[in-house]
Design a protein around this ligand. Structure first.
Ligand SMILES: [Zn+2]
Length: 143
């Protein structure tokens, strides 16, 4: 199966369930200059399916960094843990914004490992864009 096999009604439901924002960096569709992508929580390359329960939204940056990863090493404990699952886990339990709103900090082993694997805190393009969102009063999200 490929991503083009995802029926339009399922894609629509995933976009609504994800509230039209990236499950990892929370960038909203209306502020991203590209269509948020339907991502496979367990990548197809790792045996994941096109089942709705395996799909979420990701911005092109996060999806590109995630690629076929399913786990990563928590830099604090050096233990390999699963990546954050935006469908079944709560963002604010695993991540927080830095006080300036520019970077994402991991609060748990899963959060810290995901921050490293998806470059949630050190992608220079994302940090620059977020700095303008902060100036505009659009960021960071409060929910
Ligand atoms: Zn993202």
């Amino acid at each position: 199966m490929t991503r083009t096999d995802i029926p339009a009604d399922i894609e629509h439901r995933v976009r609504i369930a994800a509230r039209h924002r990236c499950g990892y960096c929370l960038s909203p569709q209306h502020l991203v200059m590209a269509r948020l992508e339907i991502e496979h929580i367990i990548p197809l390359a790792r045996g994941g399916s096109n089942d709705e329960t395996n799909l979420w939204l990701a911005c092109p940056l996060c999806n590109g960094h995630k690629s076929a990863k399913v786990d990563a090493v928590d830099p604090a404990s050096s233990v390999r843990v699963p990546l954050f699952n935006p469908r079944t886990q709560l963002w604010h339990e695993h991540f927080a914004w830095t006080d300036d709103g520019l970077r994402i900090e991991g609060l748990t082993p899963i959060g810290r490992a995901t921050v490293v694997a998806l470059h949630l805190s050190d992608d220079p393009d994302a940090v620059i864009v977020r700095s303008y969102w902060v100036l505009a009063g659009w960021h960071p999200p409060t929910d």
